[in-house]
Design a protein around this ligand. Structure first.
Ligand code: ARG
Length: 591
């Protein structure tokens, strides 16, 4: 199935080719003057220069070739040589009908060659509370996961759980220092093979309290830091009590995190941890050394990654520290090996904060050098940050990082408040009202994020995100609910959708918007930019709103018009819900 722009693009390219112009120059774009035309081609301007022709003259000849194409109702020349195209109403109606009948993809098309894709996103860490820094990666990664899957790829979303390294040693020592407060803790701290208690000696609250304390203490207290280092080394070497205790840390954290992610509509197919890649590290390091890909430098093993043409010098990847430890980059390299074996990926997208760009560049170059992936198979889909009004990464009023849990609670409170103000959902049962508030909260947070470019930072402003007016998630939900209520009313009256006919300007515009979904989806896919889908969702909601204001549906009178408008409304809803789902947003049935 092709969209109108592609289809007309082919016709225009053929007309240019017949005039001896390279078809590559004859692009068709959506008109920037929708009052005059639907699509336009500026090809004559570029081509005339190359052929030393008068652009208006060339445009006139191209237009003459297009004249009479039954898909077009008007072909006109404008300005210095633009070719303006107006699509025939029957063509628009046909295309809208195709979209309306496409239950699976609402007019979007699948990829030609599906791939096996891993989306590495969110990257939560054991014991460290999730904060707003993890928010964008979670929201963007979830959306890309859905988008790639929607277009037919085989996709694994992986949380890449930060469950290994120094912070684990810190926790072990911190629990040990207050073991008398944690029933059963001593059993884990003793040397030997156990048995160890099945109950966790610590709760999530314990971990979230202990981790920041221990991290701060380690900065000042060298003896404490050394004990934590030793505990880390012993854990990694397999000391049974430490392993058993660590498994509790991981389980307690993961359970809480999954609950939090679920509240945000974020799920994972894999919860592989950094620890899972650990067993691969010794052999990997040996192999890299034996192939001469690593260098011994000031007591450490490094992989040099500078390439010709680099504008600045990228530091080498630290493979083994001078203390003999594997590093963050080592783990990521081993994870690539693991994924190569387990998923045999064709693409890995790392949805991680832009501030980790150098790290990923080092890892990717090292991986290509070692032959663990082919160039182009690893990609950092970097994101900007969510900032406070001061332009710095968002902090709470008290100056701390905002925990995701608190953010969700705040968003739900605000959603309830706004719904009550607008008298939406207030007459519904309490359980349903709660569900609506939760959906509005998620829509507000996610849409605010995804309506920005992935790489740009934006300012957190819950009041604005939560408004039912303007370019917001709540506005989109409101429009979706409005269509649902219209469809329910139609059903109650026994009115059925009929064949689509396009007559009014607002119907034209809605049909053109429905047509544009395919391009928005493939653009979002190609650029890893859910933003393009967010833009489309907003444009669609607006087109529908205009249509609904200008064209009565159930009160249209003529049964054929009622049927057609109902079908258009249903197509708009299906596409809007599809777009929202790609953004990770669910619309309620009513509000
Ligand atoms: N856990 C890391 C952090 O909090 C993010 C992990 C990103 N993914 C990766 N493969 N390195 O910074």
């Amino acid at each position: 199935m092709t969209d109108l722009r592609t289809e007309l693009g082919e016709a225009v390219a053929a007309a240019f080719a017949a005039e001896g112009v390279d078809a590559g120059l004859a692009r068709v774009t959506v008109s920037d003057r929708p009052d005059l035309a639907d699509f336009q081609s500026n090809g004559a301007l570029a081509a005339a220069k190359a052929l030393k022709l008068n652009p208006r003259e060339l445009a006139t000849r191209v237009a003459a070739r297009l004249d009479g194409d039954p898909r077009l109702s008007a072909v006109e020349i404008a300005g210095p040589g633009f070719v303006n195209l107006k699509v025939a109403e029957a063509t628009l109606a046909n295309r809208a009908q195709v979209v309306a009948d496409d239950a699976a993809m609402a007019g979007a098309s699948p990829v030609a060659e599906p791939r096996r894709v891993i989306i590495d996103f969110a990257g939560p860490n054991v014991a460290k509370p999730m904060h707003v820094g993890h928010l964008r990666s979670s929201i963007i990664g979830e959306s890309l996961k859905r988008l790639f899957r929607f277009r037919g790829d085989t996709v694994w979303g992986d949380a890449h759980f930060g469950d290994w390294g120094f912070q684990m040693g810190l926790l072990i020592v911190a629990v040990g220092d207050e073991a008398d407060q944690h029933p059963g803790a001593n059993a884990f701290l003793a040397e030997g093979d156990g048995p160890f208690p099945h109950e966790s000696p610590v709760t999530l609250e314990d971990l979230e309290r202990l981790y920041p304390q221990a991290a701060a203490k380690a900065k000042e207290d060298t003896a404490f830091r050394d004990r934590a280092r030793k505990a880390t080394a012993e854990l990694q070497a397999g000391r049974p009590g430490y392993r058993a205790l660590w498994r509790h840390f991981v389980a307690v954290s993961r359970t809480a995190l999954e609950r939090e992610f679920a509240a945000l509509g974020v799920t994972f197919d894999l919860w592989n941890g950094e620890s899972d890649a650990d067993p691969l590290i010794p052999a990997m390091v040996e192999e890299i050394k034996s192939k001469g890909l690593a260098e011994f430098d000031q007591g450490a093993w490094i992989i040099r990654v500078v390439e010709e043409g680099d504008k600045r010098e990228l530091p080498p990847l630290l493979l083994v520290s001078s203390e003999g430890s594997a590093m963050y980059g080592t783990t990521d390299l081993a994870t690539i090996l693991q994924r190569r074996r387990e998923q045999d990926f064709e693409l890995v997208l790392y949805c991680v904060d832009a501030r980790q760009a150098d790290h990923f560049e080092q890892v990717f170059r090292a991986a290509y050098k070692c032959g663990y992936a082919r160039p182009g198979q690893l990609e950092h889909a970097a994101n900007g940050t969510m900032n406070g009004a001061d332009g710095k990464p968002f902090k709470t009023r008290a100056g701390g990082v905002l925990k995701l849990h608190d953010l969700i609670t705040q968003a739900r409170d605000k959603a309830r408040e706004r719904l009550r103000e607008a008298e939406l959902g207030t007459d519904l049962p309490a359980v349903e009202f709660e569900d609506i508030a939760a959906k509005v909260a998620v829509a507000a947070l996610k849409f605010a994020d995804l309506s920005n470019n992935r790489t740009t930072s934006y300012v957190f402003d819950l009041d604005r995100f939560m408004s039912f007016e303007g370019k917001t998630g709540p506005y989109l939900l409101y429009q979706a609910v409005r269509i649902k209520s219209l469809l329910r009313k139609a059903e109650a009256q026994g009115v059925l959708p009929g064949p689509i006919v396009i007559a009014e300007p607002a119907e034209r515009e809605l049909a053109l918007t429905l047509d544009a979904f395919d391009a928005a989806v493939s653009d979002a896919y190609d650029r890893r930019a859910p933003h393009a889908v967010a833009e489309h969702a907003y444009r669609l909601a607006q087109s529908f709103s205009k249509f609904y204001a200008a064209c009565p549906v159930l009160a249209a009178g003529e049964p054929a018009t009622v049927g057609s408008r109902l079908a258009l409304s249903k197509a708009a809803l299906d596409q809007l819900e599809t777009a929202l789902r790609l953004l990770g947003i669910d619309a309620p049935e009513r509000m």
